[in-house]
Design a protein around this ligand. Structure first.
Ligand SMILES: *Cc1c(COP(=O)(O)O)cnc(C)c1O
Length: 431
C-alpha cells in the first residue's frame, strides 16, 4: 500500500517510508491510498475475536506485507497487551475505557505500535533513528514508555520545566537508557519550535536520521481504529445498529481513526466531535469556516489545541466536502464549568467517575439525545486519577488508584536545557 500526501506535492511512498518520515515534505499529511472494506464474515466473527486478533485483521491491509504476518501479529499482541473494556454508565451510554495501558491514556496504543514498527525496520535495514518529541505531558510519557529499550532508536523528549504534572514527569524522566529528557527552560511552544528547527536543518538531518512521534505519524493513527471495532463487538447485539461515538478531541486523531473504521465497513451511525473552549472544529461543523486560533488553557488540557492538525485528514476522508462531513459528524463545545458539572452529576446519578476529557464527550451525547435516540459510546481517553484534584473536587471522595499503576520513586534524570537552537543542534550532533 502507498500513502499519499493530502497536499499532493510529493510522490506516494510505502508504509516504511511513511512512518520514518512522519510528515511529507510538502507539509501535508500522509493518508492511505486505499481504505479496504472488510468482508461481512469479519463482522460476524468480531464478537468472538480478541483485541489483538481484531488489530491484526485491521492493520494488515495497511502494512500490506512490508512486515511479515507473523511479525505483525507479535507487534500487535505486544501493543495491545492490556484490555480496552466497554463499561456501562446507564442504559444508553457506555464508556470505552482507553486508559488501561501503562500511561493511562489512549496514546499508549499508537505510541507502542509506532515504536515496534520502527524497531522492526531499523533492525531489518540496519537503520538507526533518533525520535524527537516536544510534549506538554501526555505524549511524552506514552512515547517514553512505548520506546523504552527499543534497539537502535534514541528518543529525545523536550518538555517545559515546571509545566507538566509530577506523574507525567516521573514517567518521562526516570527510565534512562535510550530515553533522554530535556527539561526546557520555557514553554511548550519553545519545545516545539526547537524540534521544528531541528527538522528543517539539512546538515543535522544528514548526520542523524530524525523522525517525529507526534500524532501526525500515520502509525500512531491507524491502530486507533482497532478499538472502535472492539467497542462495537462488545455492545449487546440489539444495540449494534444504533452506535454513536462521542469523541473528546484535541488534534482529532481519534476521530479520524473512527472515520477510517467506518470506511472499513463498521456500521457507526454518527460521530460527535466534542471539544472544550478550543472549538475550532465544532465551529467549522456549525458554520463551514475553519479558523484556527491560539489555544486557551482548560481543565481538559490534553485537548487544548487551537489549530488541530488532523482536521485535514477528516476533510480528506469526506473528499473535501463540508456537506458530507456534517452528515456524519456533529460538533459540540463546552466550558470548564459545564464539564465540572458533568463529572459531578454522572458520579451522583450512576456512580461512574469521568475524567475531564471523557466528561466533554459525555456532554455531547446528552445534547445529541435531545433530538435522537441512539446507543452512545464515549471514548474515555484518560484515567480520572490523572486529573485527581479536578475530579475529587466534584465527586467529593478519593479516586481509586488503579492496580496497574506502580508508583515509582525513581530518581529524575532530566537534563536542564535552555530554549536555544544552537545548543540543541550541538547536543544532537554529539549524541
Ligand atoms: C491527546 C488526548 C486527547 C485528544 O486526542 P486527539 O486524538 O488529539 O483528538 C483527548 N484526551 C486525552 C486524555 C488525551 O491525552
Amino acid at each position: 500500500m502507498k500513502f499519499y500526501s493530502t497536499k499532493g506535492q510529493v510522490e506516494p511512498v510505502n508504509f516504511q517510508e511513511t512512518i520514518f518520515r512522519g510528515l511529507p515534505a510538502d507539509n501535508g499529511l500522509f493518508m492511505p491510498e486505499m481504505i479496504p472494506t472488510l468482508p461481512s464474515s469479519f463482522f460476524d466473527e468480531l464478537p468472538q475475536m480478541t483485541l489483538p486478533e481484531i488489530g491484526f485483521e485491521v492493520l494488515r491491509h495497511f502494512v500490506d506485507g512490508e512486515i511479515p504476518d507473523d511479525e505483525l501479529k507479535t507487534i500487535v499482541e505486544e501493543t495491545l497487551s492490556f484490555d480496552i473494556p466497554l463499561a456501562k454508565i446507564n442504559d444508553s451510554v457506555y464508556a470505552l475505557e482507553l486508559f488501561h495501558g501503562p500511561t493511562m491514556a489512549f496514546k499508549d496504543v499508537g505510541a507502542r505500535f509506532l515504536a515496534r514498527c520502527l524497531s522492526y525496520f531499523t533492525k531489518k535495514n540496519h537503520r538507526k533513528l533518533t525520535v524527537l518529541v516536544a510534549t506538554s505531558g501526555d505524549t511524552g510519557s506514552a512515547v517514553a514508555n512505548g520506546f523504552f529499550n527499543v534497539d537502535d532508536i534514541e528518543v529525545v523528549i523536550l518538555y517545559p520545566s515546571g509545566k507538566v504534572s509530577g506523574f507525567q514527569e516521573q514517567q518521562m524522566t526516570t527510565l534512562g537508557g535510550n530515553i533522554t529528557a530535556l527539561e526546557v527552560d520555557g514553554t511548550f511552544d519553545d519545545c516545539q519550535a526547537l524540534v521544528k528547527q531541528a527538522f528543517l536543518d539539512d546538515n543535522l538531518r544528514e548526520a542523524k536520521q530524525l523522525t517525529s512521534a507526534n500524532s501526525i505519524n500515520i502509525a500512531r493513527l491507524l491502530p486507533q481504529s482497532i478499538y472502535y471495532f472492539y467497542a462495537w463487538a462488545q455492545l449487546p447485539a440489539d444495540l449494534k445498529t444504533e452506535a454513536v461515538f462521542s469523541v473528546p478531541s484535541g488534534n482529532y486523531g481519534n476521530l479520524s481513526a473512527g472515520l477510517i473504521a467506518q470506511k472499513m465497513g463498521l456500521p457507526i451511525k454518527h460521530f460527535l466531535a466534542c471539544s472544550n473552549s478550543n472549538d475550532t472544529v465544532p465551529m467549522y461543523l456549525w458554520n463551514g469556516k475553519f479558523e484556527p486560533k491560539p489555544s486557551v488553557a482548560t481543565i481538559s488540557n490534553a485537548m487544548d489545541v487551537g489549530n488541530p492538525s488532523n482536521f485535514f485528514r477528516m476533510l480528506d476522508l469526506f473528499d473535501g466536502s463540508y456537506k458530507k462531513m456534517i452528515n456524519q459528524v456533529t460538533g459540540y463545545a463546552y466550558t470548564d464549568d459545564t464539564t465540572r458539572d458533568a463529572i459531578r452529576k454522572t458520579y451522583a446519578l450512576y456512580g461512574y467517575i469521568l475524567d475531564p476529557h471523557g466528561a466533554v464527550g459525555y456532554l455531547g451525547l446528552m445534547d445529541y439525545f435531545r433530538s435522537q435516540t441512539a446507543t452512545g459510546i464515549v471514548l474515555e481517553t484518560a484515567h480520572p486519577i490523572k486529573f485527581k484534584q479536578t475530579v475529587e473536587e466534584q465527586i467529593l471522595r478519593d479516586v481509586p488508584v488503579p492496580d496497574h499503576v506502580q508508583v515509582t520513586h525513581l530518581e529524575k534524570k532530566s537534563i536542564p536545557f535552555k530554549a536555544d537552537i544552537d545548543a540543541f543542534r550541538t547536543f544532537l550532533k554529539e549524541k
